[in-house]
Design a protein around this ligand. Structure first.
Ligand SMILES: [Zn+2]
Length: 451
């Protein structure tokens, strides 16, 4: 079995829950031993769908029994189309396993991993994950993104205790799935820019180890989009490593900040509102990819703006009252559950007038240095779009069943998705929101000119 790269090893050592990872060609051959070591005396139950059963599930079952692990009959979701990320499936699964002394082995990508993770969380048991595509960073992260009451929510549950990733399986997944994973990784660039802002303002200090785990390797992970499109083994290994390490950085930090900034706020908004593309729920990584281009186009204008002057001019500006905020959210959000979530997050952003004044003074004081830090890390929207396009990931709103106009409107909605301080909050605090968003969408701006 190939040994783990130094970066993956160091990421794993800081993970709070995950204890063991196998990553390499033929990785599945290590499944039985890993399961037996981690869960001595326990039975295994494979959770898969028809596709992932064929891709890896059957082999996984064979490897487990070959290592002397007792197995229950696999739970295979027999759907003709794409398996729905329905939290009720996980609840039913958990109820059925309540009286069986077994551990779930989730074989699949986003949906199956989330179903297995959430069912295990309900049962209060650890689980093992066998990723079948390099499509998102949720394999090694806590929380499951599932439809609950018809809408996508992040339901709390622990990450897997062990991950067995076979590169032969992952490289055989549909090429567009690797493009989604690349989109999820691309977002880490905006996440870093946003964290630098929150750090400089004293809102949310950078946690050096999780930050470095992602950012020290990100350029390497994003360096070979064509190789990813072609399914080259080295490129796919870099991609899945990056996705796993991002999840471990989340585990080490305790929340998703190392892997998620304003770009994920757009993605979560679209997911919560049930965006579909070609009749299927939009994939997470494709949402993050488009949102990353969207935020980089905005950053281009932010980095050129007179932020110091704007912060000073805004020093005494009032913030909305709670009733004004409520009225604004009524106008911005039509779906009740999204509006209520936005209300909780938006209300948390209303701060004491004195604190707001101090924050604006601090923006004016730190911006010259902060601007240099951000410029050093910045990549243009056009450059990022070219990389994403090389992997086949959407870079334009029309490819995601959206118009340029709705993307512009979403700028005013995404800021309410999370209370976490990002560049969107800096725009609000400096009163630059409308000006810079309009510039991005103006006839001379990125969206009206990018091919
Ligand atoms: Zn993500």
């Amino acid at each position: 079995m190939p040994s783990l790269s130094p970066s993956l090893k160091s990421a794993l050592s800081g993970a709070s829950t995950t204890k063991s990872v196998i990553l390499g060609r033929g990785g599945l051959t290590g499944l039985g031993r890993t399961f037996a070591d981690r869960f001595p005396g326990k039975a295994a139950i494979i959770v898969a769908d028809l596709n992932t059963w064929a891709a890896a599930g059957e082999r996984a079952q064979h490897e487990l029994t070959g290592a002397g692990v007792s197995t229950l009959a696999p739970h295979v979701f027999e759907t003709s189309g794409k398996l729905k990320a329905n939290a009720d499936y996980a609840r039913t699964l958990a109820a059925g396993l309540q009286d069986r002394d077994c551990i779930i082995v989730a074989v699949g990508s986003g949906v199956l991993n989330d179903l297995g993770k959430y069912a295990s969380g309900i049962l209060g048991r650890p689980y093992l994950c066998v990723p079948t595509a390099a499509s998102m960073d949720g394999y090694s992260a806590s929380g499951a993104s599932l439809l609950d009451g018809g809408f996508k929510r992040t339901l709390p549950c622990p990450p897997p205790e062990a991950i067995v990733a076979d590169l032969d399986v992952i490289a055989a997944a549909p090429a567009k799935m690797a493009g989604w994973g690349y989109g999820d990784l691309a977002g880490k660039l905006v996440a870093a820019l946003d964290w630098h802002i929150a750090d400089a303002l004293g809102e949310d200090r950078i946690n050096p180890v999780p930050f470095a785990l992602v950012q020290d390797n990100l350029d390497q992970w994003l360096s070979n989009p064509l190789g990813i499109a072609k399914g080259e083994p080295d490129a796919i290994e870099d991609l899945i490593s990056g996705l796993l390490i991002s999840g471990f950085a989340i585990q080490a930090h305790g929340d998703s900040r190392p892997a998620s900034g304003s770009e994920h706020q757009f993605a979560h908004l679209w997911e919560m509102e049930g965006l579909t593309v070609d009749g299927n729920p939009a994939s997470h990584g494709a949402c993050v990819g488009l949102a990353t281009v969207t935020m980089l186009a905005l950053y281009d204008h932010l980095l050129a703006a007179d932020v110091v002057g704007a912060a000073r001019a805004a020093i005494a500006l009032p913030q909305p009252s709670e009733p004004q905020l409520r009225a604004r959210l009524e106008a911005l959000f039509t779906l009740d559950h999204v509006r209520e979530a936005a209300w909780l997050e938006g209300k948390a952003k209303l701060i004491d007038v004195g604190m707001l004044r101090a924050r604006r003074e601090r923006i004016a004081a730190v911006w010259p240095d902060l601007q240099n830090v951000l410029r050093a890390r910045f990549m243009s929207a056009a450059d990022m779009a070219a990389k994403l396009a090389a992997t086949g990931t959407p870079t334009r709103p029309e490819q995601m069943n959206m118009s340029i106009e709705s993307l512009e409107r979403d700028f005013h909605r995404a800021q309410f998705v999370r209370r976490r301080y990002t560049s969107l909050d800096l725009l609000r605090d400096t009163n630059l929101y409308d000006t810079l968003v309009s510039r991005t969408f103006a006839p001379s701006g990125y969206w009206r000119n990018a091919a």
